[in-house]
Design a protein around this ligand. Structure first.
Ligand code: NAP
Length: 294
């Protein structure tokens, strides 16, 4: 369908820029950006997300590694994260979520944060980093999915100022920051969640509906309108196949729809790479690079 716009071309554009920016660092300073991912537990979805992040980092020419903390090593999170904060060659690191509750219980630092310095917090896990983003500070990092979605909207030529956005889902890494970021850009926002009584009514007049819930077919022919631009963030695996939150029949009704797979997901991974490159530039006294979507 013509109204389904994949993120492939946008990801390729960002990848080309990433390679150029990495080459510049290598040629001028003799360094490569490095991303480290901490992984605890054996959630199969998390393992596959981590593999995608490492693969894209390698493809762009960056350094990257994964530190697995098995149950015997849970107590090491404090030490490992403190070391990573100190290592100049590591520009960004993150803990892949969700992580086992036991990891949080046994580590002092995980009680009120992730022990990641803001300058290396490329996944925007810490509240301090989030606050910097809200204050629009130069060195602040935006969470990867919202950053990818902002780039997608620009790529799709969707104006933000003055437009009505309905965001379904209010999680800390997706719905909430998106609402804050779009509000700062002059959008009118409706936020929907599990207690929203009449979803169809709540989203009816929105220009853009961003759905980040994780419920297949939540957006369907009963609540999608022909004027809707649908950004489908949801990931649902059913019988080994991936689906978003938008039903097949709703796709033929909406004005524009982003696909799953091939939509927001690859842009989220790409944003982690661009954030790490930004971190490397800033940590080495260079201006934060700019990124073009076209
Ligand atoms: P989450 O923390 O579980 O949040 C889900 C949100 O959906 C909550 O705010 C919840 O409301 C709301 N919700 C649940 N049922 C609802 C309903 N029937 N109607 C309206 N809202 C409802 O999940 P998340 O981490 O934000 O992720 C959401 C989805 O996006 C998942 O499928 C996840 O796999 C996917 N995801 C994709 C990417 C990507 O790159 N494509 C990245 C991150 C996440 P309450 O707050 O009231 O409970």
């Amino acid at each position: 369908m013509e109204n389904i716009v994949s993120s492939k071309a946008l990801v390729e554009t960002l990848k080309t820029q990433a390679k150029q920016k990495i080459k510049y660092l290598e040629e001028t300073l003799g360094i490569l950006p490095k991303l480290t991912i901490l992984m605890a537990g054996d959630n199969p979805a998390s393992k596959s997300y981590v593999a995608k992040k490492v693969e894209l980092a390698k493809e762009c020419g960056m350094e990257s590694d994964t530190i697995y903390l098995d149950e015997n090593k849970f107590l090491e999170y404090d030490k490992v994260s403190t070391d990573l904060n100190r290592m100049p060659e590591v520009n960004g690191f993150m803990l892949q979520l969700p992580c086992p509750n036991r990891l949080i219980e046994v580590n002092e630092t995980l009680k009120d944060g992730f022990n990641i310095n803001s300058i290396k917090d490329v996944d925007c896990l810490e509240e301090q980093t989030y606050a910097k983003m809200l204050d629009n500070e130069d060195e602040a990092f935006t969470p990867c999915t919202p950053l990818g979605i902002l780039r997608y909207l620009e790529f799709l030529n969707v104006d933000i100022e003055g437009k009505h956005f309905a965001i379904i889902g209010k999680s800390r890494l997706v719905g909430k920051p998106l609402a804050d970021l779009l509000l700062a850009k002059g959008a009118t926002i409706t936020i929907c969640h599990s207690q929203t009584i009449n979803l169809a009514k709540a989203i009816e007049n929105a220009d853009v509906v961003i759905c980040a819930v994780g419920k297949k077919d939540l957006l369907n022919k009963d609540n999608v309108k022909p004027h809707h631009i649908l950004i489908d963030v949801g990931i649902n695996k059913v019988d080994g196949k991936l689906y978003g939150d938008v039903s097949e029949d709703a796709k033929s009704i909406a004005k524009i729809v982003t696909p799953v797979p091939g939509g927001v997901g690859p842009l989220t991974v790409m944003s982690l790479i661009t954030n790490t490159i930004d971190a490397c530039y800033m940590q080495n006294g260079l201006n934060r690079p700019s990124w073009q979507v076209k």
